[in-house]
Write a protein that binds this ligand. Structure first.
Ligand code: F6R
Length: 386
């Protein structure tokens, strides 16, 4: 009866609209379109061969030997997805430090993507300035803020994003320009129609997961129902590690719930033991396994063994999301898309507006009061006036 009542909430479009007061459902539905627009915007990017920052500081753009994606939260996840997507084909390393500082190896041969949707995230701005100081090649992706000011001030190449979206719903803008810019700098990437395939697969998926597809045929609503009242534990393997992280952060920000990730095969070396004695605690988790028809045999065996050894008994529920498509990007984004919608429906079940993230904003406000931005402006001025 209870489950039936919950299911009927998810098929009540008027109720969904009234809870989703800021229209997250509209942004979600536009993911395939955002992919196309992101590629178009990135195509227009012109990368100069030299940027003169001041009399004695200039940056030369050549083929990079290392890549760093500097960003936080919703602006960093594109970097993690890029890293997983290109892991087997990209001839150079990528790191996503999610920190105030760049790794020691960042130098003239390093390309730093400074990614901040708002353009005002202080960790990213600090990395940007450090990258300038170290003469790294920089490409920025932003919708405005101080990052845009910095780029316009000295001519750093920048992909301009549309304003007004929560960063997490602008994912294609924070991911795809990174891949296309790499090509412009001469990095060989064999994407073989992957972008086009991914967009086509997302168009199919959205039909299944959108609000007017009823629970009985909607995998995202089904996942949300299985999570209600429990802590989502998302388990990925291989290149699904970043997808699992994306899902966790979507459950955090949109559904306003704690959530956790684990990854195969590492979890077989630690997490499992924590699941052997305390059913009272593990029973608070509802598990989502990220599955792939092409997953290696050894991973499939591990998933099956882990289910039978601990998960099936220990968790409140174990669910699976299977990827769609042939290429890696399609498989990653199709999985992630079901997760995005599941986090939206879980918010609806909890009666919370998926869009606002007041506690993150409050945190940023508190730090701003501490005058950190003033220090950033001072440093930028010093670097650019020599
Ligand atoms: C996601 C979100 C945060 C931000 C993060 C960094 O919707 O709001 O995770 O992405 O606080 O801010 P930006 O993306 O503006 O650099």
């Amino acid at each position: 009866m209870y489950v039936y009542r919950l299911a009927s909430i998810l098929d009540d479009l008027e109720r969904i609209k009234s809870i989703d007061g800021d229209g997250m459902r509209n942004h979600l539905g536009r993911l395939p379109e955002f992919c196309e627009d992101a590629i178009e915007r990135a195509d227009k990017l012109e990368i100069p061969s030299l940027v003169k920052v001041s009399e004695d500081l200039s940056i030369q753009y050549t083929r990079p030997k290392k890549i760093i994606v500097a960003g936080m939260g919703g602006s960093a996840i594109g970097g993690s997805i890029l890293k997983d997507w290109l892991r087997e084909t990209l001839p150079i390393p990528i790191e996503v430090p999610r920190s105030y500082t760049l790794p020691a190896y960042a130098d003239r041969d390093t390309l730093v993507f400074a990614v901040s949707y708002s353009g005002n995230t202080e960790e990213t701005l600090r990395c940007f300035l450090e990258a300038l100081e170290r003469r790294c090649m920089i490409i920025a992706t932003t919708s405005g803020g101080m990052l845009q000011e910095y780029c316009h001030g000295i001519g750093i190449p920048m992909v301009r994003l549309p304003e007004g979206y929560p960063p997490r719903s602008a994912l294609p803008y924070l991911l795809l320009p990174l891949a296309t810019s790499l090509r412009k700098l001469g990095v060989t990437l064999s994407l073989d129609g992957e972008l086009e395939e991914a967009i086509a697969v997302l168009r199919e998926v959205v039909e299944e997961v959108k609000p007017d597809t009823p629970v009985s045929k909607n995998p995202a609503k089904e996942v949300a129902l299985g999570l209600e009242g429990y802590i989502p534990l998302i388990i990925g393997s291989g290149f699904y590690e970043s997808v699992a992280l994306r899902m966790k952060t979507q459950f955090n920000e949109s559904s306003k719930t704690p959530a956790k990730t684990e990854v195969f095969p590492e979890l077989n070396h630690n997490m499992m033991v924590g699941w052997t004695e305390r059913r009272d605690l593990t029973g608070k988790f509802s598990v989502i396994l990220l599955r792939d028809q092409q997953e290696p045999d050894e991973i499939r065996e591990r998933i099956e063994a882990t289910r039978s050894l601990v998960l099936d008994e220990g968790a409140a529920r174990v669910m699976e999301i299977w990827s769609r498509g042939r290429g890696k990007l399609a498989r990653m984004l199709s999985t992630l898309y079901v997760g995005d919608y599941a986090s939206f429906y879980l918010a609806i079940l909890y009666g919370v507006n998926p869009t606002p993230i007041p506690v993150i904003n409050e945190m940023k406000r508190r730090l701003e009061k501490a005058g950190n931005k003033r220090a950033l402006r001072k440093k930028y001025k010093k670097l650019t006036t020599g």
